[in-house]
Design a protein. Structure first.
Length: 319
């Protein structure tokens, strides 16, 4: 039986789930509040006097341990949308030419509507109605929440108290990220810095496979520093992390072509210990990395697990 499926969230979990269900013949619509694909695998493009620079300002790389995800990564590699990044360690992969390339590839054949923030879900006799800003109501037989735990909890409150409680008990950790471009390469040999101090991670983004353009660095604060300075203005964060990175790398900080900071409130997910949540009685499902663990692969595994559960279940009965 063909079902109308609405997926809220076009990150890796939501798109993995949507792909399987669409291939099974269901009518799938994906809604995402963002302007384009990526989620935590987003990339930001910045114009500079020396040309455009692309920053991977979310997830820096991913690994593949599960055989199914390894097969998916090999398929992405053959399609030219990911490549190994040895500098980050054995088994590290990045999207090419930007981190969001695999997400774009998954989204391309699907019906994805960008710029749609779902504000409410209403369950009725004929199924679900989604209320989104700037759009007519969307009717669906099945609703899938593929958002960070904090956002899922709000939408689950009226329909799944246990799921909402689990989501609130699995909060994500924040991360401040600074993006800096320079007219000349910084005089450091290493492309990656890891530190237990203020700077948790820094990488020469322009040295990743498939990149080009001016010298570009992504600098991410540690979890503790990000949490302690979460409400600091972005300009102040950029200045402080620039100074901390200069000290860590042992370089003078030159005048950048561009400098910006981005606050990820939900950067590193928790792990609730469940692959996915699914209620065949109501037709409501939940997937996301926060259910499995804080790795890119975990989002894909969760989305796949939910799709398989839905495919094996009978259609929900009217309420």
């Amino acid at each position: 039986m063909t079902r109308r499926v609405a997926v809220i969230g076009a990150g890796l979990a939501g798109l993995a789930c949507a792909t399987v269900l669409a291939r099974a013949g269901h009518a799938v619509t994906v809604l995402d509040k963002g302007r384009g694909p990526g989620g935590r695998m987003s990339a930001r493009r910045v114009e500079t006097p020396l040309g455009q620079v692309t920053f991977d300002h979310g997830a820096q790389y991913f690994t593949a341990r599960d055989p199914g995800f390894q097969a998916q990564v090999r398929a992405w590699a053959l399609a030219g949308v990911c490549a190994p990044w040895p500098a980050a360690g054995e088994g590290a992969w990045v999207g090419t030419p930007a981190m969001n390339a695999p997400i774009r590839a998954l989204a391309q054949p699907l019906d994805v509507v960008w710029g749609r923030r779902v504000e409410a879900m209403v369950q009725g006799e004929a199924g679900w109605t989604l209320i989104a800003d700037g759009a007519p109501p969307l009717e669906a037989d099945v609703v899938i929440l593929a958002t960070p735990a904090e956002q899922a909890a709000v939408l689950l409150d009226a329909h799944d108290a246990a799921g909402a409680s689990l989501a609130r008990a699995t909060p994500a950790q924040p991360c401040w990220t600074v993006m800096a471009a320079f007219s000349e390469p910084l005089p450091v040999a290493a492309d990656i810095f890891r530190s237990p101090g203020t700077i948790g991670w820094a990488a020469r983004n322009s040295a990743k496979p498939g990149r080009g353009g001016p010298e570009a660095w992504v600098i991410q604060a540690s979890r503790d520093w990000s949490a302690a300075h979460l409400e600091l203005p972005a300009e102040a964060v950029a200045d402080r992390l620039a100074g901390a990175f200069a000290d860590l790398a042992g370089v003078d900080w030159p005048a950048p072509l561009s400098l910006a900071a981005h606050r990820w409130r939900y950067a590193r997910s928790g792990a609730a210990g469940s692959e996915a949540l699914w209620s065949p009685e109501t037709g409501l499902g939940v997937c996301g990395d926060w259910l499995v663990g804080p790795r890119v692969e975990c989002a894909w595994l969760s989305g796949l697990a939910l799709a398989r559960a839905i495919a094996a279940a009978p259609a929900p009965a009217p309420v």
